[in-house]
Design a protein around this ligand. Structure first.
Ligand code: SRM
Ligand code: SF4
Length: 566
């Protein structure tokens, strides 16, 4: 390990006795709605973030009141597959303890917002009673493992889903702290008895993200993850997985040494080898990842600093055997396929559009109630997509008319009435809950899309799928740097505009214009849409066009993301 001073979080982890800290004591302290800074870091490993309502900050300051503290809780949903009972439990919990809505995240998880400290323990307990958990939903560990939620290819998907759930289980931290603190589990007397065989005492240098995908759908955005497994199907049989490492999105404005990076596909392993490969990739990162600078601590920098060839060699050494050569694969899209589809078993699956992933009842559109009514009678499952949508999956032919009538009754959206731009949009949470947001995202993107739709309609592009993503800050929670159009918050109502990402999420974009006030976005993009409509080649995607037309330079890899800015 480097002789430089370790990052502050490393000491917090060391002191924490396997993620305990004095969280239990602080939760019992009713004199404040907040917890200490150390525990704010530790509680992330348990799946929660302390936040405050930023809409209320100024007013509370004026009245000399403590900030309106509450907690966000992230519920893991490995592979994005959830039972109707779990959907109902999440719905009930958001009503009882949260903000009366819940979020489907860009990593196929559920999020509750607005849970006050005194309700935190009972909420997490009730989540566990519904056979879900929150451990490792956040923190310097492996997070929710994503999996292509595509139930249409039922056999292959079932196998691949199993693989993702096995990885998730295998990499879940071993500590008893979670049970002790939230579920009144028995206290482990001394940390001597406990160990984290994969992570060790200081866990990973930073968060770690894994996904599993079945081409041609890249809806889980494998290139934005630390580690990905790409299913290789030959003669209708799953033969194994290509392994990709070193993707990630987060960066900091003005710090060129931070950048998003596209994962490198470095080899192939069989299905039986996946668990070991996942474990050893984690261990390489545990041992070689940067622990002195948290802005340089993601796996993408370990791969970039040393090169993918070095990483492969190290991984092979850790494995004790070499990965095989990469097998051919093609990704075509990272969007969702809306509406009903029937598979070879006769079951149907309905993908519904959930704008911004927010499951909420609004005046005239009781979407949350509609989905709750479906959950009450549905005998299949709910699949959360990485595009913040939901698939009502495995609907039997007998049940389909019932579900159809509820969809109709509550006006749930199967995408038919929406423009292709809106159906391919993603926005992170941002204001008012996210502590790091510099600008709006979830609350502003729908309005901006309405404006852009006018420009697109004028040139006949309403039905052309263009990926468009917005985040309130450069951390990249909606993966904006691999969208064809990306907006990244710079300050209130101001965004950096990125263009040129790959339609299947396979290429990074580049900064087109910095610090654009929101009213100037439409006039900035309208002429480009017009050129695209007139000059594109047959089948050419918007992200490819802007590069070919010389509107923006292509980014080959993350380290040239900030170069050649026009
Ligand atoms: Fe994220 C931090 C929300 C997916 C990169 N992210 C946060 C926090 C917890 C803010 C904080 O640290 O205080 C946000 C909470 C907001 C809120 O009020 O809920 C937050 N991230 C989200 C979610 C909910 C966005 C959404 O609207 O769906 C997503 C939850 C995913 C999940 O279920 O686990 C979410 N975050 C992502 C993704 C996309 C992905 O994983 O595919 C990324 C980019 C990929 C990556 O990790 O490189 C992402 N989030 C970040 C980062 C930057 C990390 C970095 O390497 O620099 C931060 C900040 C940090 O870690 O310091 C962050
Ligand atoms: Fe918050 Fe930034 Fe992530 Fe958006 S991208 S949720 S603003 S951390």
């Amino acid at each position: 390990m480097s002789e430089q001073k370790l990052a502050a979080n490393e000491y917090i982890k060391i002191r924490s006795n396997y993620l305990r800290g004095n969280l239990a004591e602080e939760l019992a302290d009713v004199s404040t709605g907040s917890i200490s800074e150390d525990n704010q870091q530790l509680i992330k490993f348990h799946g929660s973030y302390m936040q405050d309502d930023r809409d209320l900050r100024a007013d509370r300051r004026k009245h000399r009141l403590e900030k309106a503290y509450s907690f966000m809780i992230r519920i893991r949903v490995p592979g994005g597959v959830s039972t109707p009972a779990q959907w109902l439990a999440t719905d009930e919990l958001c009503e009882k303890y949260g903000n009366h809505d819940f979020k489907l995240t860009t990593r196929q998880a559920y999020q509750l917002h607005g849970v006050i400290k005194s309700n935190l323990k009972r909420t997490i307990k009730e989540i566990n009673q519904a056979a879900m958990d929150t451990i490792a939903a956040c923190g310097d560990v492996n997070r929710n493992v994503m999996c292509n939620p595509n139930p249409f290819l039922s056999e292959i998907h079932a196998e691949v889903l199993k693989v993702s759930q096995q990885i998730s289980e295998h990499l879940t931290p071993n500590t008893g702290a979670y049970h002790e603190i939230w579920l009144d589990g028995e206290k482990v007397e001394s940390s001597e008895k406990e160990e984290e065989p994969i992570y060790g005492k200081t866990y990973l240098p930073r968060k770690f993200k894994i996904t599993v995908a079945v081409p041609p759908s890249n809806d889980v955005d494998i290139y934005a993850n630390c580690l990905s497994f790409i299913a290789i199907v030959e003669k209708n049989k799953l033969v194994g997985f290509n392994v990709a490492v070193g993707g990630g999105m987060g960066m900091t404005h003005g710090a060129e040494e931070t950048y998003p990076r596209i994962a490198d596909v470095i080899g192939f392993c069989t299905t039986e080898q996946v668990k070991q490969v996942a474990e050893e990739v984690v261990k390489v990162q545990r041992d070689f990842g940067c622990r002195t600078d948290r802005k340089h601590a993601r796996l993408k920098y370990t791969v970039q600093d040393n090169g993918p060839a070095w990483f492969l060699e190290k991984l092979n050494t850790y494995l004790g055997w070499p990965l095989q050569a990469v097998r051919p694969f093609v990704f075509e899209t990272n969007g969702d396929r809306y509406g009903w589809v029937t598979d070879e078993t006769g079951n149907s699956h309905l993908t519904l559009f959930i704008e911004g992933g927010r499951v909420i009842d609004r005046p005239g559109f009781p979407m949350r109630t509609g989905l709750k009514e479906i959950a009450k009678i549905h005998t299949g499952d709910f699949r959360l997509t990485a595009n913040q949508n939901v698939i009502i999956a495995n609907v039997s032919p007998e049940q389909r008319p019932l579900i159809e009538s509820l969809v109709e009754k509550y006006g749930l959206e199967d995408g038919k009435k929406r423009s292709a731009l809106r159906l391919n949009a993603l926005a992170c949470v941002a204001l008012p809950t996210c502590a790091l947001s510099l600008a709006e995202a979830e609350r502003f993107l729908p309005t901006l899309i309405t404006e852009l739709e006018q420009s697109l309609e004028e040139v006949g592009l309403r039905h052309d799928a263009i990926t468009i993503r917005m985040t309130g800050c450069p951390n990249g929670c909606a993966r904006p740097y691999i969208a064809e159009i990306g907006f990244v918050g710079r300050g209130p109502d101001r965004y950096n505009v990125y263009l040129g990402g790959g339609h299947a999420g396979q290429r990074l974009s580049k900064l087109f214009k910095a610090d654009v006030p929101s009213p100037e976005i439409k006039p900035l993009l309208a002429p480009i849409f017009s050129r695209y409509a007139k000059e594109r080649e047959s089948g050419e995607k918007f992200g490819d066009f802007v590069i070919r037309a010389g509107i923006i330079a292509a980014t080959i890899q993350g380290d040239d993301f900030h170069k050649n800015i026009k």
